[in-house]
Design a protein around this ligand. Structure first.
Ligand code: 4AD
Ligand code: MG
Length: 457
């Protein structure tokens, strides 16, 4: 069915021409001699008004049904009511798909909670139309950012035998049935599909490092899985993870890359999605434009973990969780630092080694590692990264301290045996970036089908 995207019609590209448009009826109004349809085909946030002349088209009532899919032939003309606007004078209308009156999306504004109960329909609302266009533009901008800088796009496996973050929060992958004849663990895994214990990857970093140690600069972009039972507005069991890895790079290089990337993709969304951002500013976050402009124009803060702890201890706040040196920063701490103290993105660096992963570069002080988390107002951590420990002996020692199996990491350790070099990278929580840019405060509202603990649809 050859037709023209509504976004083109609204951009005045077909003035005076006979066109065909297709879309879903988002609202309608009936008066004496004419009726009006607002049509949306998903290519723009704005709807296209279609004018139905009853003298020409006869009984138009079937065309006015909320949610119906229709095909309209007509002429593109200046809008009668809206200065500078465009509308279509219909010459023929066909109902392609009817929609009964019990269509769950009525004209009123539904809450995001209610819309979560119908993921199959909620994309037909303005909010989700805008979220998903911004999501798509952000993904495209990330690819452009890395491709323009000659990073190779690598596809890392999703099924893995090693837990990258070492925190034991992996989903298991198995073909064993409900009951198996195996009573000991070894036999159980040996007789499974891969002949060993397998899981869904929490990060593409281990394999990303393999690629970076040959191609120099790489990035991965795909799903990662976490079986942590964190029922929060920022945690998913399946999230989209962008992970660059760079050879011959140290922590400051990684920070510079991350800051440049965030600024680039936000500038791209401002350029390509002005209508969507205006919508989010109006309905979800007052001051969104100013926030985004500030991100692009001002420097991010770099704050040593030790200084962050001092800041928190001096704060006139009753913390729910302790904030002594050595403690992991909790959401309340992260938010205080990025929202109350700086009100802009903050890279916290040099964390105590005990609270970070085994692979992070050990600093000369013997206590901290060259790690960084990027904290942003409203969301908290959106990036976690580090320089990697490039020294074989130090890496082995960190693994032994954690009681990790050296055998399981043979490939990874080989990278330190053969031509090891300083290198590092980070992981960006893509869904959290979408939250940050749109002002949507629950991660469940930025994916098609969010997977969270106890929730699989
Ligand atoms: O801080 P994380 O765990 O770091 C890593 O996985 C490293 N291997 C990355 C690297 O250096 N290549 O995860 C990175 C980011 C977090 O900052 C967060 O934004 C996001 O991934 N993330 C989640 N997003 C949604 N739901 C979850 N359960 C997430 N867990 C991590
Ligand atoms: Mg992290």
């Amino acid at each position: 069915m050859k037709h023209i995207d509504i976004v083109e019609i609204l951009a005045h590209e077909h003035m005076g021409k006979e066109v065909v448009v297709c879309g879903w009826v988002r609202s309608s109004r009936d008066s004496k001699n004419v009726a009006f349809l607002s049509l949306n085909d998903g290519t723009s946030l704005e709807h296209l008004q279609v004018v139905l002349d009853k003298a020409l088209l006869g009984d138009v009532s079937a065309y006015l049904r909320l949610g119906a899919a229709v095909r309209v032939e007509g002429t593109v003309v200046d809008s009668y009511a809206k200065e500078g606007g465009v509308e279509i004078n219909a010459t023929a209308v066909v109902v392609v798909g009817e929609c009964p009156l019990e269509y769950p999306l009525q004209k009123k504004r539904h809450t995001l909670e209610y819309l979560r109960t119908m993921p199959q329909l909620r994309l037909r609302t303005n909010t989700f139309n805008a979220v998903f266009r911004v999501r798509s533009v952000l993904a495209g901008a990330l690819h452009r950012f890395f491709q323009e800088r000659r990073f190779a796009y690598i596809h890392t496996p999703l099924i893995t035998a090693s837990d990258c973050e070492g925190a034991g929060e992996m989903f298991r992958v198995t073909t064993h049935g409900f009951q198996t004849p195996y009573t000991d663990e070894q036999a159980y895994y040996e007789n499974d599909f891969f002949g060993k214990r397998a899981g869904l990857s929490v990060s593409g970093q281990m394999e990303g490092e393999v690629a970076a140690m040959a191609l120099g600069k790489i990035y991965t972009f795909g799903p990662s899985f976490r079986a942590e039972k964190s029922n929060t507005p920022r945690h998913l069991a399946e999230f989209w993870h962008l992970e660059p890895e760079v050879a011959f790079a140290e922590l400051p290089d990684i920070i510079e890359l991350a800051e440049g990337m965030i600024k680039y993709v936000i500038a791209e969304v401002m350029r390509l999605c002005p209508a969507e951002l205006a919508f989010f500013e109006q309905h979800f976050e007052k001051g969104l434009h100013e926030k985004l402009r500030n991100i692009v124009e001002s420097d991010f803060v770099v704050l040593d973990y030790t200084d962050a702890i001092e800041l928190l201890q001096k704060a006139d706040v009753e913390w729910q969780y302790p904030c002594d040196w050595g403690c992991d920063l909790q959401t309340e701490h992260e938010r205080y630092i990025t929202e109350k103290v700086y009100n802009r993105p903050v890279f916290v660096i040099n964390y105590p080694k005990e609270i970070k992963s085994f692979y992070m570069k050990q600093n000369a002080d013997g206590k901290t590692v060259a790690a960084t988390d990027l904290l942003v107002p409203g969301v908290g951590e959106i990036i976690g990264g580090s320089e990697r420990e490039a020294n074989l002996d130090k890496l082995l020692e960190a693994m032994q301290v954690r009681g990790m199996s050296i055998d399981a990491y043979g490939d990874y350790l080989d990278l330190r045996r053969f031509g090891s070099c300083p290198h590092g990278g980070f992981g960006l929580g893509f869904d959290r970036l979408v939250m940050y840019v749109t002002g949507i405060s629950n991660i469940r509202d930025v994916l098609l089908y969010p997977r969270t603990v106890g929730n699989l649809r």
